[in-house]
Design a protein around this ligand. Structure first.
Ligand SMILES: Nc1ncnc2c1ncn2[C@@H]1O[C@H](COP(=O)(O)OP(=O)(O)O)[C@@H](O)[C@H]1O
Ligand SMILES: [Mg+2]
Length: 242
């Protein structure tokens, strides 16, 4: 389980808080969609969870361990981070891209080979055909799959995904999302997924968390939002995006 408690982040501009989250509890194997208008603090929240930036106040707890009391590098190894711009290394092959963290951790060759082949098959790319290619020789959807395989290499219990399906055309995006949900029925990862697309948020998330100006305005299921939108902002957000 993951707990965000009293998280506050001010980037140094006046009293403006990029993130101001009182409490968010995420159960094991739950998929949480974090949604809200541009600039509401979604990416900052993910970066705090990942210990890429530090909150001014509050803490993140994963399975009983607090980020404020652990080594940031070790902390990050428990987490797979998938970002919109994919971030594959253009001069490394697909195999090298997927297994880079395991190289850094000096895993043995056998493990690296077996695990990266397994992951390529898992995301539907035949290792023999793809392992020696370079990222630019792959389509956007295929690159996204490699980004996901890389995040899964060291089998982290938690996955953070920041607009991971955004750079794809709508059709590819939809089929990737479907495949991903199917895949996760096997993997059972806990996932925090950032999106600006309300359809995607409802489709993917067991729990949807709507943010505004750094704060959580409302959280719940699709039904909760439809039946009981908390205020006008929520109503407008739901309507505008549909
Ligand atoms: N490195 C930074 N320095 C200063 N302000 C930042 C920085 N990163 C984000 N912000 C500000 O913090 C707020 C939240 O940003 P962000 O978390 O990226 O929002 P979102 O991902 O929801 O679009 C925005 O107002 C943004 O301009
Ligand atoms: Mg963002």
């Amino acid at each position: 389980m993951i707990l965000l408690k009293n998280l506050k982040k001010n980037y140094g501009k006046n009293n403006f808080k990029a993130v101001d989250i009182k409490s968010l509890y995420i159960k094991k194997a739950q998929i949480v969609s974090l949604i809200g208008p541009s600039g509401c603090g979604k990416t900052t929240t993910l970066k705090i969870i990942n210990n890429l930036i530090q909150a001014d106040e509050g803490f993140v707890e994963i399975n009983g361990e607090k980020n404020t009391e652990s080594d940031p590098v070790l902390w990050r190894r428990k987490i797979g981070y998938v970002i919109q711009k994919i971030g594959l290394f253009p001069h490394l092959t697909i195999l090298q891209n997927i297994s880079i963290l395991s190289y850094v951790l000096k895993r043995n060759k056998k493990f690296i080979q077996e695990r990266s082949y397994e992951l390529m098959e898992l995301v539907g790319l035949n290792p023999k055909d793809y392992k020696n290619r370079y990222p630019l020789e792959l389509s956007g959807g295929q690159q996204q799959k490699i980004g996901l395989a890389r995040a899964l290499m060291e089998n982290p219990p938690l996955l953070l995904m920041d607009e991971a399906f955004r750079s794809l055309d709508p059709l590819t995006s939809r089929s990737m999302r479907k495949e991903f949900l199917k895949l996760n029925q096997k993997l059972k990862k806990t996932i925090v997924l950032v999106t600006h697309d309300i359809q995607e948020a409802f489709e993917m998330g067991d729990l949807v968390v709507l943010m505004q100006k750094g704060r959580i305005v409302q959280k719940g299921t699709r039904e909760d939002f439809k039946k009981n939108p908390k205020n006008l902002f929520v109503e407008n957000f739901l309507n505008k995006k549909n």
